[in-house]
Write a protein that binds this ligand. Structure first.
Ligand code: GLC
Length: 451
């Protein structure tokens, strides 16, 4: 017996060491448990992305340092002049709430490496700029006060950290391996990996409940970086251990690892159908900009119209997904007038039509969308929503629906839409009598109450 005790002791020490080193398994979950953990997010359908950092000053894309191959010294003027004196996250939160958004994801650190919070692990942070404060503390309080769930984007790339090796996505990217070797000499990615963990620990410890972590992004292959460069599993285990309910995107390069991601992230595209992995429909969220940049871009003019943006939201829900719509605040700390106009227009629509968005999903197979419409469906209330993208001239037919429908109304004003069944071979069709004049709603919605 005496001989066994030291063995048990060693075993316990070994186990402790292993768990410290992060070799523990990622938490295992059944599909039902995962769906339950993600329920609030799936029902919310609409969130706000915020890209804010030093790149708001040059105001010509958040990749400006990369595009223009700037050095740290050349970029330093933005750090020295970062003074968002009009920053009022209460106002941001109010605008997000009024637009109908239910959650927010803020860039705590983007690829440039600048940190919006008072991190202990670098001086390259907001507290050392003229604004002189932790911008994240006020942010999380303001959004929570409006009832939104709070998430952080955290860039895996870092164009400022001295140990981050130069790669093909770096401002100082090179042509030859010899040049990479020369420039990367002495850089130690071990230290950078430890830095990321320290920062993620801070973000997920010091700011209360954090509902989403959005790691961005992996680019494995030659002169690239992937799961081993980030220690993606280690990062993810850390995040899940600090915030067990947290929802995680799929950019850690862990697609084939069980528990390695929660949702997929088609960026700036309209998906053709509900995305699948291994033949199964998976949770998804498309992230989209108002115009062609994530960070504030003064001279960009390709802004989407309110109708296009509302359509994007409806389109996502019609295929079972979410929309994360981005705002790039200015370097004064406010939402630019174009962003405000669009948020207000979306809010005006959501005020009367959000019933076709929240808790809704793809319509069951068998419901055929009439031309120029998008369908969404609320499985709990059994209501079908028909979004009229191009308003028809008075008449519209729902095929094969006569035995399914109890009542139809416009969603925005609950006014009845009368209908009759077709005759002869069309007797299972419903012919709707819509007013000729399009109601004053960006995209009118028919609410169909099913039997
Ligand atoms: C890309 C870009 C980045 C942006 C992100 C949002 O990965 O690198 O600038 O933050 O997409 O999805």
């Amino acid at each position: 017996m005496k001989a066994i005790i030291p063995t048990i002791k060693t075993l316990i020490i070994c186990l402790l060491m292993i768990s410290q080193m992060g070799w523990a398994q990622l938490p295992k979950e059944t599909e039902a448990q995962k769906a339950e953990r993600m329920k609030w997010w799936t029902e919310a359908r609409f969130g706000m992305f915020i890209h804010w950092g030093l790149y708001a000053l040059p105001a010509r894309h958040e990749w400006v340092k990369h595009h223009e191959r700037m050095t740290n010294e050349q970029y330093q003027k933005y750090f020295e002049n970062f003074d968002p004196d009009l920053y009022d996250p209460k106002e941001w939160a109010r605008m997000a709430k009024e637009a109908g958004m239910k959650y927010v994801v803020l860039t705590s650190k983007h690829h440039e490496g600048f940190c919006l919070w008072d991190t202990r692990y670098t001086d390259y942070k907001s507290t050392n700029t003229p604004i002189g404060k932790d911008l994240i503390r006020e942010f999380v309080e303001a959004f929570r006060a409006e009832g939104l769930k709070v998430g952080f984007y955290y860039s895996l790339l870092d164009w400022h950290h001295p140990d981050y090796t130069i790669d093909r996505n770096h401002p100082q990217r090179q042509e030859s391996d010899a040049d990479y070797n020369r420039l990367n000499k002495g850089k130690d990615m071990n230290r950078y990996r430890a830095y990321m963990k320290d920062q993620v620990r801070e973000l997920l410890t010091n700011y209360g409940e954090i509902s989403i972590i959005w790691f961005d992004f992996s680019f494995p292959g030659k002169n690239g970086k992937g799961r081993d460069d980030w220690d993606s599993e280690g990062l993810l285990k850390l995040a899940r251990s600090l915030q067990p309910g947290i929802i995680v995107d799929d950019r850690l390069d862990l697609k084939d690892v069980e528990g390695g991601w929660d949702f997929t992230t088609p960026e700036q595209v309209k998906v053709a159908k509900w995305p699948e992995y291994n033949g199964k429909k998976i949770p998804w969220e498309t992230c989209q900009t108002f115009s062609g940049s994530w960070g504030y871009y003064r001279d960009e003019t390709t802004w989407k119209s309110p109708a296009q943006l509302i359509e994007l939201l409806v389109e996502s829900v019609s295929k079972g997904g979410n929309l994360l719509l981005n705002v790039g605040p200015t370097a004064r700390g406010i939402f630019d007038y174009r962003a405000r106009e669009r948020l207000e227009a979306i809010g005006e629509w959501m005020k009367y039509n959000s019933r076709s968005i929240y808790n809704c999903t793809e319509a069951p197979a068998g419901f055929r969308a009439p031309a120029n419409t998008l369908l969404t469906y609320n499985p709990a209330t059994k209501r079908l929503y028909i979004h009229l993208l191009a308003y028809p001239m008075g008449a519209m037919t729902l095929e094969n629906m006569a035995d399914k429908v109890r009542y139809i109304q416009f969603l925005h004003d609950a006014s009845e839409i009368r209908f009759t069944a077709g005759s002869n071979e069309q007797k299972n069709n419903l012919n709707l009598q819509l007013p000729v004049m399009k109601p004053p709603v960006e995209i009118p919605v028919l609410e169909v109450i099913l039997k």
